[in-house]
Structure formats: C-alpha cells, structure tokens
Write a protein that binds this ligand. Sequence first.
Ligand SMILES: Cc1cc2nc3c(=O)[nH]c(=O)nc-3n(C[C@H](O)[C@H](O)[C@H](O)COP(=O)(O)OP(=O)(O)OC[C@H]3O[C@@H](n4cnc5c(N)ncnc54)[C@H](O)[C@@H]3O)c2cc1C
Length: 416
Amino acid sequence: MKYSALALLRGALAGHRTWTPAWRSPEPKAAYDVVIIGGGGHGLATAYYLAKNHGIRDVAVVERGWLGGGNTGRNTTVVRSNYLYPESARLYDFSLKLYEGLSRELNFNIMLSQRSHVMLAHSRHDLESIARWASAMHMHGIESELLTRAQVGELLPALDLSPAARFPVLGGLRQRRAGTARHDAVAWGYARAADALGVDILQNCEVTGFETGAGGEVTGVETSRGRLRAGRIGIAVAGHSSVLARLAGFRLPVTSYALQAMVTEPLKPRLDTVVISPGTGAYVSQSDKGEIVIGGGLDLFASYAQRGSFAVLQSVVAATLAMFPSFSRLRLLRHWAGIVDVVHDSSPIIGPTPAPGLYINCGWGTGGFKAIPAGGWLLAHALATGRSHELAEPFQLERFTTGRLIDEAAASGIAH
Ligand SMILES: Cc1cc2nc3c(=O)[nH]c(=O)nc-3n(C[C@H](O)[C@H](O)[C@H](O)COP(=O)(O)OP(=O)(O)OC[C@H]3O[C@@H](n4cnc5c(N)ncnc54)[C@H](O)[C@@H]3O)c2cc1C
C-alpha cells in the first residue's frame, strides 16, 4: 500500500480500518541466501539495499527483540556530517545525502529536519579547533560556518551568554544541513520497504550460535526459532557485536558501554537548532513534540545493562542547565540508555571478519544513527559482492593490525 495524502483521506473516510500491517511476520524458512543479524537501523537498511541495489531478495533479518528496540529506538536522533578526516567526512556525508532523499525513496516520512547543528566554542583553544575543523570540512566539500559569539546568541536566544555564565561562549561551528530525523521512522521505513521487496523480518528470534563448514566458513545460524542455513551472514548488532564475534570464534576491538539520554516535559518551540557543548559535556535539541532532548557522555565503565549511572545523569543535567538556565523549571519526563559499541579510534568497522562468509557492521559507538543509510548500503555491498566498497575500505577490521587508524574521537561528539 502506497502512503499518500489521498490514502490518508481514504483511510479516514473508512474509519482507518483499511490499513494493512507495514510488514509481514513470516515463519522462518530453513535457508536463505543471506541472513542479517540485528533488526536495528543498520540491519534493516542492509536488507533493503541488498534487495534494491543487488537484487538479492532471499534475505532474513533476525532480531532477538522488536525492530528498533536497540540503540536505533533509543538515540537522540542527531544527523550530521561534520567529521574531520577525509575518509569519515566522505562516509558520513554520503549517509546524510541518502537521508535527504529517504522519505521519498521509502515512501515513509522519516521527519528529517535539517535545522542545523551548532558546536559551541568555550575557549581560545576551542576556537582554534573549530577553525581547523571548518577548513577541513571545506576541503572535503562539506559546507560549514564559523559563528561569532553574537551570531550564536541570535541563533540560540535561550543560551546563557551573560557575564555570569559558568562557561563563556566565544563562538561556534555550524553545519546547516545537519539536524534530526525520527529514529523509529527510519527503522520502520526500511523494514516496510525491505519487506515489500521480499525480505523476511523475524522478530523475537535470537541468534545463539553459528554453524560452520569444513573450511571454517559460516553456513548458518542457530536461533531461538530454529536453525537457518545461509550463503552469507551479516552482523549489525551494535553493543552486542563482541558477543556475536565470540560466538563466531574471533575477537573484536570493541568495548560496550551504556549511553544515556533523557527528555523533559514538552514546551512551546524554544530551540530550533541542535546545540552541542563539548566543554560542558551535553548536547540538546527540541523534538517535534516539544520535549527538550538531552544527551551527554558515556558511562565510563564497560556494561551490557541498558541503564545509565546516576553520576553521568547528574553531570549532563548540570551541563545543560549551565547552558540553558531557564530549563531548570522543566520536569524530566523520561530517561533511558542504550548499549553502544565503542572502537578505540572512534570509527566503525564495515567488512569481512576472520570467519569466511561472515561480514560485520559495528563500532559506530555513540554516532551510528546518522550513518544508518551508509552503513546499510556498505554492508549490503560487501555481502553481495564479497568485496568492500571504496567508501568502506578505510574501515576494515585489519586496520587494527596495520595501524592505519582513523582517530575521530573529537568529531564523534562529546561522548568518546
Ligand atoms: C542514548 C543514545 C543516544 C544516541 N544518540 C545518537 C545521535 O544523536 N546520533 C547518532 O548518529 N547516533 C546516536 N546514537 C548511536 C546510535 O543509536 C547507534 O550507533 C545506532 O542506532 C546503531 O544502530 P544498529 O542498527 O547498529 O544497532 P541497534 O539499533 O542497537 O540494533 C541492533 C539490534 O541487534 C539485536 N541483537 C543483539 N544481539 C542479537 C542476537 N544475538 N540475535 C538477534 N538480534 C540481536 C538487538 O536487539 C538490536 O535490536 C545514540 C545512542 C544512544 C544509546
């Protein structure tokens, strides 16, 4: 069923009883050409691009819980491509460009709002860093603007620029094409489009082991809903990447941490820009519902618990109120955490693994929502062709043996 204004009108006239489920819930088949583990944004996008770009439709996405129930449904929805190194800038800008056409392509409104993203500079050192950063972005062909303190004040009237402010603001770095997108819609949009192309989405189906052939190649997965044979297998499970790697018999340079976020009660439009303050340790935006969405740094100990520690929550709230003192009157509505997969150069891993036939997409850490279209596109390319796409070449697992790391810690936000 194509979604359109006319379909909405027809649905309304029929009392909204004519809508069909957005995707099927099929029984697992015994064998697939490709099995993708993880029904988050990256896994679902991989399935969609496998079917669309490569014509491979005999695909299953295996999700142990519900679609988007991992980090994809728990993140703060910021999309941007203001990265420092050429490899990363190319990758994230490719993703942002795919996002820009995604609602139309998927026929599903992902509510992309390119309201711009401003990084605050609190010191002379910060000013020098953002100047270098802006120059690097220009060299990569990505627009960016350096803002004066007065320009920051015009964009963010609620920001405390008074002499009494705890952290002075000296300027900012702005990317106008950055903003937010609706996280659930990204997962649902890819799921619906992949399902329409024949992909089986298997929820409540946990992968518990791998089957291997005589040469050590993977030939299938064991799941809580039975065995599935597969020609090739992709892993896109974010914070559980090292768990799956251990099941497949190899190790990953990934540490899993809890990353938390929160929203306040809704209020009238007050903040129409995403603002990040690396100096204070918080970033803030306002959702379409009016809630103030607040994110901050990682809990600094490894964990698989999907909840964050009080100390980090407290420091993120303190940082937010240092920037926006008027928010102190708001009540917190919800607070949650996800488990993110941090690689020690803060860059992703996309490509083959030591197990033949098994490919992985992981290591996006605190910043993989913005990368969902690109991550899916590139994992699909590797699964379909057995080779890495040129955009993914710098992001192979082997960089941890060659030493060609891409240290994006600064550009990956405040959380690393
Ligand atoms: C609080 C928070 C804020 C964030 N903010 C941003 C942001 O503003 N911008 C941004 O770009 N990124 C952000 N991120 C990071 C982003 O959310 C993730 O990088 C991204 O969603 C990862 O997507 P994914 O599809 O790889 O993983 P997930 O969405 O986590 O999906 C992986 C899926 O794998 C499933 N799975 C795990 N093990 C198994 C198994 N054995 N069998 C079957 N299925 C399994 C899980 O249930 C899960 O659904 C944030 C993350 C958090 C937690």
